[in-house]
Design a protein around this ligand. Structure first.
Ligand SMILES: Cc1ncc(COP(=O)(O)O)c(C=O)c1O
Length: 335
């Protein structure tokens, strides 16, 4: 951690000063003091995999944290929301912060201490299995020396429209999957496989880890690529639908329309084409996978089998598709 809270960037306009060489930072990882460079966190830690964690940064004044209780209360509130177990006792953390500051010779200066808590390491998959042990990390850094000058002289700011985030972030598969983790937890509590993001105007956007399609009067409809992940499977599926000469449309899908759909299905690399037969308490169609969904499952399986047999990655174009081959594709897939 360099300057806390991106202070470096904020103050970067100033003349660069030659710094005394820094001693190696010591961190407190899972209650053990160790050099930052050698401190190991599991490659399966959910904080790294999904951004499945929380943090607070506390200012310390000559070794004394300010507002620690308030920071811990905020962290605890978020931890409750996202169901991450967290020890919020201020005495516990105060003693750890003191140990850390001592180890880094930061007791007699002003510093920033960052507490990071992740849900811990576990098997792949957004839904956290029971029994995970949270990872906790305390890191301390001296304050940027240029802060005092900035406080005297003031700083500049620029605008950053929120829509840049809301419109852009979901279109990338970033590590920012904490909302999706919560979606999966809520889905599991509702005994559902997936949670569908509902956007403004009650429009259905996509699942936490899937794209969504409905079939209405013979037409396959999926939400347009605004503010959702352009799924690889979604694209293959579109090509499959067109190749099968089934009418296809990209259009916003209202919650009401989803509930009234004849068929609903999800797509994603691991689940392929997955029929949805229940949306909350409502049955979809006849409550069993519909005929178009089944047909698309089979056609998708054929596409996969044919592509793998050719030994190259298919481009999602109808021309690169094999002609429909009855049940052969599905049979191959079961091997
Ligand atoms: C939010 C979201 N939408 C859609 C998908 C499906 O993407 P793909 O078909 O590329 O696996 C995923 C996959 O994890 C996802 O996370």
């Amino acid at each position: 951690m360099g300057a806390p809270h991106g202070l470096s960037a904020t103050l970067a306009g100033g003349r660069r000063r030659r710094r005394a060489p820094r001693r190696e930072a010591i961190v407190l990882l899972n209650d053990r003091l160790q050099p930052a460079a050698g401190a190991a966190i599991s490659a399966l830690d959910r904080g790294f995999l999904y951004g499945d964690g929380l943090f607070e940064t506390v200012r310390t004044y000559r070794g004394r944290p300010f507002g620690l209780e308030q920071h811990l209360a905020r962290l605890a509130r978020s931890a409750r929301t996202f169901r991450i177990p967290f020890e919020r006792d201020a005495g516990y953390w105060r003693s750890r912060i003191t140990r850390l500051l001592r180890a880094n010779a930061l007791v007699d200066v002003d510093a920033a201490v960052r507490l990071t808590v992740s849900r811990g390491a576990g098997p792949l998959g957004l839904l956290p299995p029971p029994g995970l042990y949270p990872t906790t990390l305390l890191v301390a850094a001296p304050l940027d020396r240029r802060l005092a000058m900035a406080q005297r002289r003031g700083v500049g700011v620029c605008f950053f429209p929120c829509r840049l985030v809301t419109a852009t972030l979901p279109t990338h598969k970033t590590l920012h999957y904490l909302p999706a983790v919560l979606g999966k937890i809520l889905a599991a509590r509702a005994r559902a496989f997936e949670a569908l993001y509902l956007g403004a105007d009650d429009t259905v956007l996509e699942g936490t880890t899937s794209n969504v399609f409905v079939v209405r009067r013979g037409t396959v409809v999926t939400p347009p690529l605004h503010g959702i992940l352009p799924g690889v499977t979604r694209r293959f599926l579109e090509a499959v639908v067109r190749h099968a000469r089934i009418p296809f449309r990209e259009a916003p899908i209202r919650r009401r329309a989803l509930l009234a759909a004849d068929e609903v299905f999800l797509t994603a690399s691991t689940i392929e084409v997955l029929p949805v037969v229940r949306v909350e308490r409502h049955r979809v169609g006849a409550g069993v996978p519909g005929p178009i969904t089944r047909r698309l499952q089979e056609a998708y399986a054929q596409l996969v089998a044919a592509t793998l047999a050719r030994g190259r990655t298919a481009h999602a174009s109808p021309r690169s598709h094999p002609p429909p081959a009855g049940r052969a594709g599905a049979a191959q897939r079961k091997k």
